[in-house]
Design a protein around this ligand. Structure first.
Ligand code: MN
Length: 325
């Protein structure tokens, strides 16, 4: 269960506008595709679901990649993270729903991400970073659930200075559906006049919704954005057609003014809602780099080898291994 909860009856309401883009009634976005994320391993061996696998980049644009980390209840000495590695040409957004990651980068950023906090790192021209569970969590084990999302940068912004935003859990904008049956945590962008704390290079929305069993959430959605819904936990129905969805499935919606989600299981439905204005440029992703051309990716590898993307600080943290019992 997500660490950040609230009494939805006391929150501002997420109202659906009376009219859609062409001043007729708002149109619910139809479901274009539903895909199931395959399991994989990331970094030093932590379990992930590859949320976007098999989905054309044009449908994802401006997003590139997403891993769901957990939800997992680790045994002692089981938690794993990543060691130091580079990025260039995009942004990594790490949202920790439950549990803790510590992180540090070669640009002077660092800190703790836990229980509803988001680390928004603009790699831009280049950065090295590490994300790893803290020593006490490695020793104790425990609940861990999070998401890492890659947001593309347009060609004009790929080589910007690296930047770091620490969006603590208490900065997240909380809104509720009109009947209080759904809680929406708005991390970045604008939904129905409410604004999330994240600052973005192109217009996007990142939000985490929890829909109570039996409840329905109708989310006003910018008609110029694409619309994606990834099921973090639970089961439900999407769109007016009520297509069934469950944990680990990604929904790509077609055009329209609203996104409709219904929780149909015995437990709450947790969904990550994503959308943005498509960048519509060529995307060449290889390993940790997301550029416009193969030559730019090659250059990124060469720059990384030469230390241009940064170096591990002298006091750089290291993955904690400890001793297995
Ligand atoms: Mn990374």
């Amino acid at each position: 269960m997500p660490a950040v909860t609230a009494d939805t009856l006391t929150l501002p309401r997420l109202e659906v506008p009376l009219a859609g883009a062409d001043s007729s009634a708002p149109r619910s976005r139809p479901v274009r595709s539903i895909t199931t994320a395959p399991d994989g391993y990331e970094g030093e061996g932590f379990p992930v679901r590859r949320a976007f696998a098999g989905v054309p980049l044009a449908d994802l644009d401006p997003f590139v990649h997403m891993d769901q980390m957990g939800e997992v209840d680790y045994a002692p000495y089981e938690p794993r993270g990543t060691d130091w590695h580079p990025h260039r040409g995009f942004e990594t957004v790490t949202y920790i729903i439950d549990g803790t990651f510590v992180h540090q980068d070669s640009h002077g950023g660092g800190g703790t991400i836990s229980d509803g906090a988001t680390q928004w790192m603009t790699a831009g021209r280049g950065i090295l970073h590490i994300e790893t569970p803290p020593e006490e969590l490695v020793v104790s084990g425990g609940l861990f659930h999070g998401v890492q999302l890659w947001v593309n940068l347009p060609s004009r912004s790929k080589m910007v200075e690296p930047r770091y935003q620490n969006l603590d859990a208490d900065l997240v904008t909380l809104v509720a559906s009109p009947d209080g049956g759904a809680l929406v945590r708005l991390i970045a962008g604008d939904l129905g006049g409410h604004r999330g704390p994240g600052s973005t290079h192109t217009p996007i929305v990142v939000a985490h919704a929890t829909v109570a069993p039996g409840a329905q959430l109708v989310v006003p959605w910018d008609p110029t954005f694409n619309a994606l819904a990834y099921v973090l936990a639970g089961s439900g129905a999407v769109g007016d057609e009520r297509h069934p969805v469950r944990t680990g499935q990604l929904v790509v919606f077609g055009d329209g003014d609203t996104v409709v989600l219904t929780a149909t299981g015995a437990d709450s439905l947790d969904v990550l809602l994503l959308g943005g204005q498509p960048i519509r440029e060529p995307v060449v992703q290889y390993g940790p780099f997301v550029m416009n051309t193969k030559a730019e990716v090659q250059q990124a590898f060469e720059d990384f080898q030469r230390g241009v993307l940064g170096t591990v600080p002298a006091d750089g943290i290291r993955p904690f291994r400890g001793r297995r019992s």
